[in-house]
Design a protein around this ligand. Structure first.
Ligand code: AMP
Ligand code: ZN
Length: 113
């Protein structure tokens, strides 16, 4: 996707502070962290949102979600963490490339804002 900022980070066209990478997914630190640890985990394939996931993406999404705990462990989130996928307008999704927020190293609150 030509104009997608997260595709550009995945393609190394713009810089990102990378926390984990393999052939299918990328994790990089959020520019405006909302917790001491705040990384975004994305599929390298452009999928606009959780609402746009198709049957073809099943394996990829399962893979991505199964890697969250490994990335969390690598980042030292031994006391738990929060995973958020903002989706669509009401979900306050601002970047239209599916991303999983992984937040940790502080006590979260509930309900979310
Ligand atoms: P969302 O509001 O769920 O779409 O989250 C988008 C997130 O991307 C926000 O937390 C932003 O701070 C973050 N963000 C936007 N641009 C960049 C960038 N170039 N590098 C890292 N994080 C970014
Ligand atoms: Zn993209």
């Amino acid at each position: 996707m030509a104009d997608c900022i997260f595709c550009k980070i995945a393609a190394k066209e713009i810089p990102g502070k990378i926390a984990y990478e393999d052939d299918r997914i990328l994790a990089f630190h959020d520019l405006e962290p909302q917790a001491p640890v705040h990384v975004l985990i994305i599929p390298k394939k452009h999928i606009a949102s959780l609402d746009q996931v198709t049957e073809d993406d099943r394996e990829l999404m399962g893979y991505l979600m199964s890697k969250v705990k490994d990335i969390a462990k690598e980042l030292g989130l031994d006391n738990g963490y929060r995973v958020v996928i903002n989706t669509g307008d009401d979900g306050m999704q601002t970047v239209k490339h599916l991303h999983v927020h992984l937040l940790g190293k502080r006590k979260m609150t509930w309900p979310p804002g």
